[in-house]
Design a protein around this ligand. Sequence first.
Ligand code: 5RP
Length: 245
Amino acid sequence: MVTTTSHDSNLTPIEQAKKLAAFACAEKHVHNGCRLGVGSGSTVKYLVEYLKNAYTSGKLTNIVCIPTSFLTKQWLINAGLPTSDLDSYPELDVCIDGADEVDAQYTCIKGGGGCLAQEKIVQNASKHFYVIADHLKDSQKLGDRYNFIPIEVLPFAAQPLLRSIPAKFGGTAQLRDAVKKCGPIVTDNGNFIIDWSFEKNVENRNWQDVQIKLANTPGIVETGLFIGVTDAVFFAYPDGSVKEL
Ligand code: 5RP
């Protein structure tokens, strides 16, 4: 159990949980001089809040933040935090990111915000990877909490992949819409996202095998499956407690 100083009674319980998780993880794992990968999503917004407070108060010095998305980059710059990229910092100490679901083996589904490719690249450049999440993301088996695996694809390959992914792996697949009837969302990399709704009742599915097969499929840039890379998960609960697993 971790204790933090991040209570904010103006927040809804779920937002409060996101903030608790972000603050607890950052307090423990972000250190002076840290080259830090900063993930994407609403939970990460609280990580940026923590970093801003710690950096402006002088509690944290000499950090550099490497964002995983266009939006995170704007948050970091607006917060006055030193911000750079993988060209200047190809090796990072720590990466902290949110997740859409985390199972009992710490396998994560990510990409609800469509930033999964950069998130995986920044995670892979980091010595340590920590996930911050509210309790609704805590599951025993992938699919208990979240319905699909986001997959970033080249636009040129989207239509064949919408057919071949369900044909090979079951379930259904659809192109993620920006706004209904206005066309697909376009990622920071100029690609599309296919949301693959997998069948939930498959016993002992080998996600590593699925990942390898998907990653070897022409036109697939990256999947939102993060397997075997998580050092710890910080889950926050409505009673204000945070568990580091
Ligand atoms: C974006 C992500 C996010 O980390 C994930 O969707 C969780 O977001 P949130 O903190 O808003 O629930 O993978 O691509």
